[in-house]
Design a protein around this ligand. Sequence first.
Ligand code: S3P
Length: 170
Amino acid sequence: MKRIFLVGYMGAGKTTLGKLLADRLNFEFIDLDLYIENRYHKTVGSIFAEKGEEEFRLIENNMLHEVGEFENVLIATGGGTPCFHDNMEYMNRRGITVYLKTTPEVLHRRLKIAKGKRPLLKGKSDQELMDFICMNLERRSPMYEKSVLVFNADKLDTYEELEHSVNLLA
Ligand code: S3P
């Protein structure tokens, strides 16, 4: 096994869990959003604002194909990564995909305080955020569910819960 791809909605815990898991497995950790930001010297937010989502998805696809060549890496993808282009099929060809599955309620609680840096969520009221998560998650779930492993990621809020999850996955 050379590559692990963590997939799931924004706020599912891909980065938080991914870092710990990569460490435990002695894999390099790559956050796809950060990889894009470093390459383009721009935040994901400004790429969305300046070039639009369609262009961002092209960039994301290109960068995914680049990191998909690396070995012994754990890649935390963006919430939308599996849902555009051939990304989900590509990831399933290149490594082990793990879906961090979460309920809309848990996502809402986490994203309420972390929506600012996410262009798709910015400026939404609590109710709008909940409606958006429910609608968007329902649309995206069939793609996420194509992962080889599905992991319940609702309980990642304390150190103990995180440790427990890492132990289960490692
Ligand atoms: C997105 C998720 C974000 C980032 C971009 C779009 C999405 O990544 O790629 O804002 O479409 O769900 P995170 O899941 O790491 O927040």
